[in-house]
Write a protein that binds this ligand. Structure first.
Ligand code: C2E
Ligand code: MG
Ligand code: MG
Ligand code: MG
Length: 288
């Protein structure tokens, strides 16, 4: 602000801005080619029932290994896809790939997929998903769709109808990263979610921060009062599982159980005992 007012200081920020814009621009162009260059992939992280350690679900997370830029995090490339009109294509590719892989798992294990607000705004989403599910013979009741609060920021009839349509088709709707957005509570009141995922930041700080701990405890109680399942994400320590179990949390997900796995490794795990013990050693595993 001051730099701008003084005129001379403005130049200091300019090269940085240009660099950022240039990377963004180059990433956008590379991302547009990522599918045909076979640079995108999907990895899967298990979600575990807290009382039995049974694997109940795998969350699909996308990965981009760019020839030019190396590994680009989804936090960065999903945002670029959203603002450049690529999200529909990429989201659909991810969904198709995740479905294909998940259709090889035992039927008790569900698949969870993240949906961008951009995808959710599209009227034909339900029909297209139903077609794709039918094509691979995947029961829609095994599908969970994770949406963040940004989906509801400018919500309208389309948002509501899409959500109801997906639910009517059999899928569950999950409120992801709960607590990090703007008005989580009104969204919980106004939209029929099946599940809440408590954001990792609350779990991370709950050991030392009494406020975080109180929030986690209350969100679990709130979710249950609304008839929803509650999942905690980003579990890295055994003590966090003990705390969450004492608070009646339903499901847990995090590096202490497993990192996101390649399709092959997830398939191996899905077809194994069906149970997963928390282990500190799971930490070093890397993405596959
Ligand atoms: P998310 O949906 O909340 O996914 C959980 C993120 O936390 C993943 O990061 C996962 O790798 C990471 N994580 C899991 N357990 C732990 C843990 O114990 N400790 C820590 N530090 N992290 C953990 P990732 O894969 O980098 O994805 C980041 C975000 O990007 C996702 O957050 C999601 O919002 C978005 N994203 C990823 N793939 C897709 C996609 O296919 N479509 C859309 N729309 N968004 C996606
Ligand atoms: Mg998610
Ligand atoms: Mg999340
Ligand atoms: Mg998150």
């Amino acid at each position: 602000y001051r730099a701008k007012a003084e005129g001379s200081g403005f130049k200091v920020f300019e090269p940085e801005m240009n660099e950022w814009a240039a990377r963004r621009h180059a990433l956008r162009q590379a991302l547009a080619l990522a599918i045909e260059r076979d640079e995108l992939s999907v990895v899967f992280q298990p979600i575990v029932d807290i009382s039995s350690n049974r694997i109940v679900c795998f969350e699909a997370l996308s990965r981009w290994a760019s020839a030019e830029f190396g590994e680009v995090s989804p936090a960065e490339f999903i945002a670029i896809a959203e603002e450049s009109g690529l999200m529909k294509t990429i989201g659909e590719w991810v969904f198709a790939r995740a479905l294909r892989d998940a259709s090889r798992w035992p039927k008790e294990i569900k698949l969870s997929v993240n949906l961008s607000a951009v995808q959710f705004r599209e009227t034909a989403l339900t029909t297209r998903f139903e077609t794709m599910l039918a094509e691979v013979g995947f029961d829609p009741r095994r599908l969970e769709l994770e949406v963040t609060e940004s989906t509801f920021l400018h919500s309208n009839e389309v948002t509501r109808n899409t959500m109801l349509g997906l639910k009517a088709a059999g899928a569950s709707i999950v409120m992801d990263d709960f607590g990090t957005g703007y008005s989580s509570l009104s969204y919980l009141r106004d939209f029929p979610f099946d599940k809440i995922k408590i954001d990792r930041t609350f779990i991370e700080t709950s050991k030392t921060d009494a406020a975080s701990q109180a929030i986690v405890r209350s969100v679990i109680a709130l979710g249950h009062a609304l008839g929803m399942t509650v999942t905690a994400e980003g579990i890295e320590e055994a003590a966090q599982i003990d705390m969450l179990r004492s608070m009646n949390c339903d499901e847990v997900q995090g590096y202490i159980f497993s990192q996101p796995l390649s399709a092959e490794a997830a398939w191996g795990m899905a077809c194994g005992t069906g149970y997963l013990e928390p282990e500190a050693g799971n930490f070093d595993a890397g993405d596959d």
